[in-house]
Design a protein around this ligand. Structure first.
Ligand code: ITT
Length: 196
């Protein structure tokens, strides 16, 4: 089985490839197939809507099963921001060191430091109805930037059960418990069920 992943984010692609290849699914990036990354406007109001937009837009261009991931960080004390705007937050060109420090400072005096990563996956297959799956990863905003692994907001996302940020966790550790892992598990369970 072969699947195209419609993402321009190298961190996501690395995690999704590692997880799907373990399941015997061959992963191609959109750039492998098209030769470039199409610019897709994310006009939805939820993670799920944006994942469907990305998966269906790319599937209609290449006519192959296409998986898209829309994800982000919800900080409870910030009314769940940056949420679906996680990659656009403070402008696309702002570094994650700056974005991460801004969030740390914004919650410094708040009692509630809970946050979660959310991942919506959409699987679009030619002539089939698009299926969606959701996963969440609960944690807290750390009081400093810590860790070199992962990408994006991982250096400020503290995961209490392992007492470290998801940027200190290895990819193996993160791929067992992350929002992305849970969404992919739901997708896998659905495919297993569908092919019984
Ligand atoms: P594509 O749309 O091309 O897939 P993107 O990075 O723009 O790439 P999103 O719109 O879904 O994708 O934004 C997701 C952002 O949420 C991402 O850029 C990170 O800032 C953050 N994010 C999502 N999952 C994360 C994770 O596992 N670790 C750290 N940050 C994450």
């Amino acid at each position: 089985k072969e699947i195209v992943v419609a993402t321009t984010n190298k961190g996501k692609l690395k995690e999704i490839s590692a997880m799907l290849e373990k399941l015997g699914i061959e992963v191609k990036s959109i750039k492998d197939v098209l030769g470039y990354n199409p610019d897709i406007e994310e006009t939805g109001t939820t993670f799920t809507e944006n994942a469907v937009i990305k998966a269906e837009t790319v599937m209609n261009m290449i006519h192959m099963p296409t998986l898209a991931d829309d994800s982000g960080l919800e900080v409870d004390a910030l009314d769940k921001q940056p949420g679906i705007y996680s990659s656009r937050f403070m402008g696309e060109d702002t570094s994650y060191d700056i974005k991460n420090q801004w969030i740390i400072d914004a919650v410094k005096d708040k009692e509630d430091k809970t946050a979660r990563f959310v991942c919506a996956m959409a699987l679009a297959i030619p002539d089939e109805e698009t299926k969606t799956f959701l996963g969440t990863f609960e944690g807290k905003i750390n009081d400093c930037i810590d860790g070199e692994n992962g990408f994006g907001y991982d250096p400020i996302f503290y995961y209490p059960p392992l007492k470290k940020t998801s940027a200190v966790m290895t990819m193996e550790e993160k791929n067992k418990v992350s929002h992305r892992a849970k969404a992919l598990k739901a997708l896998y369970d659905y495919l297993e069920e569908a092919h019984k």
